[in-house]
Design a protein around this ligand. Sequence first.
Ligand SMILES: Nc1nc2c(c(=O)[nH]1)N[C@H]1C(S)=C(S)[C@@H](COP(=O)(O)O)O[C@H]1N2
Ligand SMILES: [Mo]
Length: 360
Amino acid sequence: MSTSMAPSEQHVGLIIREREPVNLEYPFDQLDTFLTPNDLFYIRSHFKAPVLDRHEYKLTIGGAVGKPFTISYEELLAMPSVTRPATLECAGNGRIFLVPQVKGAQWQLGGISTAEWTGVPLSALLERAGLDANACEVLFEAADKGTPKEEPVPPGETPYARSISVEKIADVVIAYAMNGEEIPVDHGFPLRVVVPGHYGMASVKWLTNIRVLTEPYKGYWQTSDYGYWAYDENRNPMRLALGQMQVKSAIARPRTREFIPAGSTYNVYGAAWGGEPYIETVELSTDDGKTWRPVRFLDEPQYGAWRRWEFEWAVPADKGTYVLKSRATDPKGTTQPEQHDKMNGTYVIHHTFGIEVVVR
Ligand SMILES: Nc1nc2c(c(=O)[nH]1)N[C@H]1C(S)=C(S)[C@@H](COP(=O)(O)O)O[C@H]1N2
Ligand SMILES: [Mo]
């Protein structure tokens, strides 16, 4: 195992949030295509990227199954494959907009990207292994490890690991290709999990073990980090694992504090994602949330993928500062909240917030 490179000519155009380990943001104002080019796809890694050898690589499938087995990279490539798009959003995306400022990577808008993933359906591997009747979750274990940052921190090295519930199995792809290319090292070569519809932390990179569990997993990345607070019926707070991406939209253009000519026509451009099972409407306000009008979608609705949208703004002749806001809603009527929910700590930042622009 060696270490990944610091941001280099491989990462041209990405915004540095942390140099080592490599944490890079997609320049969200460049959002133009449904699929994010691999070079521009955001990178969120807790530790140095392990460099795994394709010939020596093995994936084990075990735990609460009838026939545990080990499979090589070549064998996986030979299995029937699926290809599907999925948007990954870091649960901390938008953190820089929290007031007062909080700890953690200061993601602006670009802790999100979309790729088309090719790989083996998780269900095919689990069918071969045979799930035990009492199977409850599937744990994904990875090759990277180190000292995490979110307190309380366990002593020694903590490997990255995350689970999903068995209800989610049907959506999951064990991916070896990203936008038709081999998965780049920083995105999890040779194999990564893709959990469409969940925040990025569920999509485990550098996957080495799949372990079927009979009880909910309570590991560090499921509770201490990437968890949220909920109350039981007696208002006892308890820690639950983050999962489903919440209803959200964001404005890619104009950028914050952009100058816009008075009396011009400006094409406001953005994306929306999350929701059950997709985003149905997005509205835009150019007066800080007083009035809202619907946008025009550029992409069809599909589970687990963003929908880009645009809105033709007849920019007023009156000079001054204008606050633009977008607001997404899903078919169940769930809409973006106006405030950040403190039960989510420094994660799930999906409330509507203003993008200030200067008309002159
Ligand atoms: N093994 C491993 N998997 C991981 C991570 C990690 O640090 N190690 N980071 C997770 C987080 S928090 C996110 S948001 C996504 C980011 O995927 P990307 O770097 O391909 O954009 O990977 C997830 N999978
Ligand atoms: Mo993340």
